[in-house]
Write a protein that binds this ligand. Sequence first.
Ligand code: UDP
Length: 339
Amino acid sequence: MKSVITGGAGFIGSHLVDHLLRRGDDVVVLDNLSTGTLFNLETALRNPRLRFVEGTVLDRSLVHSVIAGADQVYHLAAAVGVKIIVEEPLTSLRTNIHGTENVLEATQSAGATLLLASTSEVYGKNTADRLSEDADRILGSALKSRWTYAAAKGIDESFAHAFWSEYGLQVAIVRLFNTVGPRQTGRYGMVVPNLVGQAQRGEPLTVFGDGLQTRCFSYVGDIIPALVKLAETPDAYGTAVNLGGAEEISILQLARRTISVLDSRSAIRLVPYAHAYAEGYEDMRRRVPDNSRAMALVGFSPSTPLDEVIRRVAGATSHGGHLNEAMTLATPFSHEAVG
Ligand code: UDP
């Protein structure tokens, strides 16, 4: 099996690379190293079955040449994280819309199957008890950059669905709900690595707003096998599938759990949204997945408890942490630089 992973040097992408190499695939990673890093591929790059191509999904001819001859494509490359979306809305929109269009076209020409990574953000402010895949989307103003990620990903999903219905492209869409684990960085705002890092350094844990907003965190090690199975399940094509965690927890509770699991002496500091984010930012109050479709299609059942996830994130942070960037710059890995 020859698999192409866009965004393969990122947090989720690099775990997917490891998984596919372990089962014997030939893997090509296309990544522009904007938020991804070669440090995430440190072990994988020693495997001769991995080829790394540095470049952007906006480069149409590069995308076509990388995907030609592939059996399956996992499209994970995107501008992600609150910080980037809000501060660089134009680049984010271009990457997340035109980049995906390039990948869809190239996958169609190659006759490959496609797994499109989408996000629970597409549900917007819908606080339903369990968000099923057909739930309504409730988005804020199109002029608030905060919503452009959800808007772009929604367009991506519509594009993918149209490629499926008009051209028969075998594409599965996966909506990821707050995936966490080792290699995720807090640099772009993600809460778990942020809080874990703060607890380890003995700094106050910054909880935004009243801390009563809830999420269902899912462990990357539970998500990856389901992602791969969905990419190879014909009943998943032309549809979207939620993949999220089982436990709903408020961010305040998460901060308390992080402190207790890591035996930290840190305090908790409530930070008003106006200080945490750019003006006009709206947070999501609640986001709970209905995982029953993933369960029915591929037997998905998130099993890693949150305490264990916190421990694993902490273990990875204490080994890598701030070294990541320096090590990447000094890394002797050879890779193909394009464009
Ligand atoms: N958050 C927080 N402290 C932080 C970072 C984030 O309280 O240091 C909050 C954030 O406002 C949101 C939740 O944690 O309510 C999850 O944020 P994240 O950016 O990880 O994911 P998303 O908002 O996309 O669910």
